[in-house]
Write a protein that binds this ligand. Structure first.
Ligand SMILES: Cc1cc2nc3c(=O)[nH]c(=O)nc-3n(C[C@H](O)[C@H](O)[C@H](O)COP(=O)(O)OP(=O)(O)OC[C@H]3O[C@@H](n4cnc5c(N)ncnc54)[C@H](O)[C@@H]3O)c2cc1C
Length: 415
């Protein structure tokens, strides 16, 4: 039976990278989605909205390929062929070569703006779903057989399942009274793009400096721009929060000089291109990923330190797992918002997230300091991991998102 106009299978709050991917996955499986976002695509696609890039792990790429989203970003994605992790300026480093675990890159560096563009393009082809933007949920009732939401502009939407994909400050999570455990890192990530004289050869560098990790991420070349050099890298520079405003306030020359002090000259002359952005860092974990007719995904469920470039990848694994359990229930004509379905989703995701959270948090604490005995211990540790082949391979497979009980769509199989 046809649904009334404003009745959907899923109501997703937040049409960011994670929410949009879920809507596309569900639409491809024949389910209808209403996405409610308080920002319009024109706003989120503007060049000054988000200067970040994401390292899309190999497993996430498979999901984006399965959903036919990847082709729109493939030409703008810089493959990660090699990862080098070093402790300050000590010579010791871990060296991961993608050829040690196969013939695929570990992942690709893609600008968030490019990912968003590809997602909106794919969403335009979705026949069952609609984007409500700018719009916000004012009240929601999770009781009964359907979720009833009233938007601030007075529209009413109903669905079998509500999904909170509205980021760290999730309003829907608050409306469902799901608490979060949170702590601040007292660190801020400064993000910018640099053009450099020499090619990066697909090598991602992570340098652990006393204030926090300094990452140099290999972007695709930009041969069409008017920049002096086509070779580009994205910088994620973690600083102590109290120093970040002073660095952000420096003039071009002063900022460039501070950057070069950390970057070095291994890629020759370099220029900061475009604006800088800063993001205060914190860890957040929702006490539950589910409620009555509600699932939390992406940063609304968990937000981690960017040290390992895995935040979005975790969110995409949520998408793949939730899409699979919902699509399976739909195929069997079961209630997609039932607790049985939601518990399957939570059981699948929570352990993976907790492990990664502990690892990223532990790495940040261990490396973001200059305490001599810790420094010695971690340099010995880096050296040992570098020599221990099997352990190194486990780390590499984790970086590729190629471990654990993977959803079908992350193995390149349809939903
Ligand atoms: C410096 C930095 C570097 C990073 N690098 C990487 C990386 O290399 N690899 C990686 O995997 N991850 C990385 N991450 C993490 C990644 O950016 C996030 O995990 C990811 O963007 C989360 O996506 P999301 O869709 O869950 O949330 P968001 O991107 O926050 O999207 C939330 C959406 O909800 C909307 N919204 C918010 N509130 C409301 C509301 N009340 N009503 C309706 N809509 C609302 C917003 O407009 C937005 O569209 C990095 C993070 C940082 C800070």
């Amino acid at each position: 039976m046809a649904k009334p106009k404003d009745d959907f299978d899923l109501l997703i709050t937040g049409g960011g990278l994670v929410g949009l991917t879920l809507a596309i996955a569900m639409d491809r499986a024949g389910l209808s989605c209403a996405i409610v976002d308080n920002q319009t695509p024109a706003h989120t696609l503007a060049p000054d909205f988000d200067g970040r890039t994401c390292a899309i792990a190999y497993g996430s790429r498979l999901l984006l390929e399965t959903l036919d989203i990847w082709p729109a970003m493939a030409d703008f994605a810089g493959p990660i062929l090699d990862i080098r992790v070093s402790d300050g300026d000590s010579g010791l480093f871990l060296h991961y070569d993608h050829r040690d675990v196969g013939d695929q890159p570990f992942g690709h560096i893609v600008e968030n703006r490019v990912i968003r563009h590809a997602l909106y393009k794919a969403f335009e082809g979705c026949t069952h779903s609609r984007l409500f933007a700018p719009a916000e949920v004012e009240t929601i009732d999770f009781g009964g057989k359907r979720v009833h939401a009233r938007l601030k502009d007075g529209r009413e939407l109903t669905a079998a399942l509500a999904v909170a994909a509205d980021g760290r400050r999730s309003a829907l999570r608050d409306m469902a009274a799901i608490g979060v455990d949170e702590w601040q890192y007292n660190q801020t990530a400064i993000v910018c793009t640099v053009a450099h004289e020499k090619p990066h050869l697909g090598i991602a560098q992570e340098r652990f400096l006393p204030a926090g990790p300094f990452a140099i991420l290999p972007m695709a070349e930009d041969s069409e721009s008017a920049l002096e050099y086509p070779h580009r890298s994205s910088i994620v520079w973690t600083e102590r929060t109290k120093l970040a405003p002073a660095l952000m306030g420096l003039g071009e020359e002063g900022f460039g000089a501070e950057l070069v002090r950390r970057f070095g000259d291994y890629l020759g002359d370099l220029k900061v291109t475009g604006p800088r952005w800063s993001y205060p860092l914190s860890l957040q974990h929702a006490r539950s990923y589910i409620g009555p007719r509600l699932a939390l995904i992406g940063d609304a469920a968990h937000a981690i330190h960017p040290i390992s470039g895995q935040g979005l990848n975790l969110g995409l694994r949520d998408v793949a797992a939730l899409a699979e359990v919902v699509a399976d229930a739909h195929r069997l004509d079961r209630d997609i918002g039932s607790q049985e379905v939601l518990r399957r989703y939570q059981g699948w995701r929570r352990f993976d997230v907790v492990v990664l959270m502990a690892v990223t948090d532990g790495l940040n604490r261990l490396f973001s300091n200059d305490i001599a005995p810790l420094r010695l211990a971690r340099d010995i540790g880096l050296g040992l991991v570098n020599r221990a082949g099997p352990l190194k391979k486990i780390f590499m497979r984790h970086a590729m998102g190629n471990v654990g009980d993977l959803p079908r769509s992350m193995q390149g199989r349809p939903l």
